[in-house]
Design a binder for this molecule. Structure first.
Ligand code: DLZ
Length: 164
């Protein structure tokens, strides 16, 4: 597999716009917390690194990934951030929960962005096992939270430049 040797979070900082004045919401699922905590930290560290003040980051938690889109909606309806990042980790089990949750949160994330005309970033790991999730939350394959934050910064920049 192409990803087996790759740190997917490696990037060139010069290609990322600085955007100190923008506001970000981060909703984090408590389910598989040992994975979602480093994902959230990766997202926060990345926003701070690229100039976002800590007070412009609105961090909240929901019980599981299924609740992420509604958590994002609560944020758009309250503090109205420039983008939200949904962070979760769904691990394949023996039942069809995995399929239902992944489908719902992916669709919910897309619907959320389209409803509020603001970036809604899918920072959810969907893995076969815990090791794959660990590898992608600060392990050998990088940190999906970092990638989610970079995507949020780029999409907010695009939104502002287009002037939607
Ligand atoms: C119920 C459930 C299961 C089985 N697995 C996960 C998971 O791997 N990752 C996750 O974020 N949440 C899981 N949940 C919880 C659901 O997302 C949700 O919180 C409950 O079904 C209540 O709506």
């Amino acid at each position: 597999m192409a990803t087996s040797l790759k740190n997917l979070s490696a990037y060139n900082s010069d290609s990322i716009p600085e955007n100190p004045k923008y506001r970000y919401g981060i909703i984090v699922s408590k389910w598989n917390e040992t994975v979602t905590t480093p994902l959230a930290q990766g997202a926060i560290d990345t926003l701070l690194k690229h100039g976002c003040p800590r007070e412009n980051i609105h961090l909240h938690f929901v019980p599981g990934s299924f609740e992420l889109p509604l958590g994002g909606q609560f944020l758009f309806e309250s503090v109205n951030p420039d983008a939200v990042i949904l962070i979760g980790c769904v691990i394949q089990g023996e039942t069809r929960h995995f399929d239902f949750i992944c489908q719902a949160v992916a669709q919910g994330c897309m619907d959320l962005g389209l409803k509020y005309n603001k970036p809604s970033i899918f920072g959810v790991l969907t893995t076969e096992n815990l090791q794959q999730a660990i590898d992608r939350s600060g392990g050998i394959h990088g940190n999906k939270g970092v990638e989610a934050a970079l995507t949020a910064i780029k999409m907010v920049d695009l939104d502002k430049r287009i002037g939607s």
